[in-house]
Ligand binder design. Structure first.
Ligand code: AMP
Length: 434
């Protein structure tokens, strides 16, 4: 029990301590140490933390305790006491799984609501006493419209990955939902980035909040080995197959920029004899869950994903992430590589960069405040800089690690304000959870 005792100072009740022990956690993560006591004290919270930091337990544990420590004031069917809003169905499912895991020794009822699946089982699940509802905004409003859910009893509101919700165009849905909540409530807002829009939203929602900010313990920090392979774009797929075979990578998450690109790459890798599947917003929920399960159980070795689809995926400790294409906004690079090196383990993130992506690469290196080491593979040529090549400069030579250009230790650079809308270019709405 000495391991669990590191959680002891946080004031969590025994049923939660037992669930934590079952989960095998040794010690609270920084976000948990900071957030749990404040939430237990009833404070509003503004938290800068992204997936991989343990943020989910940081809000789920104290919420379970608060709800179980006093009975509902007027319990009735479909009237939750806590509402957690998430941008994607995957994240909703994962947060709900955490509610069930950590709440297994408590008598609380919860359900999860998201789009892309039949509404009827959700309607049925809302009949009966309800403590916690985890939902994507669109489908939640559908249930509101059908009078399946009554939000007037919400005591605690959580906005998880608020920046991504705004990116995905959920602001109007969120505002409609806020109008249905009682004015007096506790509010917790989690976001990886803090744009003007997020600050405006949080100012309108949070009351005298405690701010907690944790550097992601992975991302661009020391834990993730980051490399860049400059390569002609037409050679990328062949190079990826070559590297997967050469290094015997068994679990690789590969990012593409588009859904179409994800499909094409997964097909081509399969054609090369490498088991691969694509996961993105156009796939049905069943197909996504199946691909994810196969990847987790190692029946397929390569999961090709778009940024939106991958966001919030809990795939444990991934050893290898590959950027088949760089993202359009540098912050997404930090999110992507945050998929590896999780929970304190080291991971590796490789980016395949062609001539047209050199400007994006410079933007990423500016954001993480360090150059990324270049690697080379015999037979795969770096693109020649020329008039038809990059819109930016030729590849900067990477100074050695630890040079004066290197970022400060632990400075992942991903919590800084990121321009007017936080992430620049519009993101696809295809992955919305409606
Ligand atoms: P999250 O940032 O909430 O998505 O959590 C990322 C991962 O960390 C999940 O797989 C959790 O199960 C795991 N996790 C959460 N808290 C701890 C902890 N205190 N110790 C070790 N792993 C944890």
């Amino acid at each position: 029990m000495s391991s669990v005792s590191k959680f002891a100072g946080l004031g969590l009740v025994d049923p939660l301590m037992r669930a934590i022990a079952d989960a095998g956690y040794d010690a609270p993560t920084p976000i948990q140490s900071q957030a749990i006591p404040e939430v237990l004290n009833g404070r509003d919270l503004l938290a800068a933390a992204q997936t991989g930091t343990g943020k989910t337990a940081g809000f789920v544990l104290p919420i379970l305790q608060l709800l179980s420590s006093h009975p509902a004031q007027s319990p009735h069917t479909g009237r939750p006491r806590c509402l957690v809003l998430t941008p994607t169905r995957e994240l909703a499912a994962q947060v709900h799984a955490s509610v069930q895991t950590y709440g297994r020794y408590l008598d609380l009822r919860s359900t999860v609501i998201f789009g892309g699946v039949n509404i009827n089982p959700q309607t049925r699940s809302l009949r009966g006493r309800m403590d916690i509802v985890v939902a994507t905004p669109g489908r939640l409003l559908d249930h509101v419209g059908q009078k399946n859910i009554d939000l007037s009893g919400v005591e605690i509101l959580v906005l998880d990955e608020a920046d991504r919700m705004l990116d995905m165009g959920f602001i109007h849905d969120i505002r409609r939902i806020l109008k249905l909540l009682p004015a007096k409530r506790q509010n917790l807002l989690f976001s990886a980035t803090f744009s003007e829009e997020i600050r405006r939203l949080s100012a309108g929602i949070l009351s005298n909040p405690v701010s907690v900010e944790v550097a992601a313990r992975n991302t661009a920090s020391e834990l993730v080995e980051q490399t860049v392979h400059l390569v002609e774009s037409h050679q990328k797929r062949e190079l990826l197959s070559h590297l997967i075979r050469k290094h015997r990578w068994e679990q690789v998450l590969v990012f593409t920029r588009t859904k179409h690109g994800a499909n094409r790459l997964a097909d081509k890798l399969s054609g090369d004899g490498i088991s691969a599947a694509a996961i993105h917003g156009n796939k049905s929920q069943a197909a996504r869950t199946k691909a994810l399960d196969q990847f987790k159980s190692r029946h397929i070795g390569v999961l090709v994903a778009t940024d939106i689809a991958a966001r919030g995926l809990d795939i444990g400790q991934l050893p290898q992430v590959v950027n088949f294409e760089l993202p359009n906004v540098p912050e997404d690079y930090v999110h992507r590589i945050g998929r590896t090196g999780r929970a304190g383990s080291t991971g590796s993130a490789l980016s395949l960069v062609d001539a047209g992506e050199m400007k994006l690469l410079s933007g990423i290196e500016r954001l993480i405040r360090r150059p990324i080491e270049r690697i080379h593979t015999e037979g795969f040529d770096a693109p020649r800089p020329g008039p038809s090549a990059a819109p930016g400069k030729p590849a900067p030579k990477a100074p050695p690690r630890g040079s004066r250009f290197g970022g400060r230790p632990g400075d992942s650079g991903n919590h800084r304000p990121a321009g007017r809308n936080g992430r620049g270019g519009g993101s696809p709405r295809g992955g919305r959870g409606r």
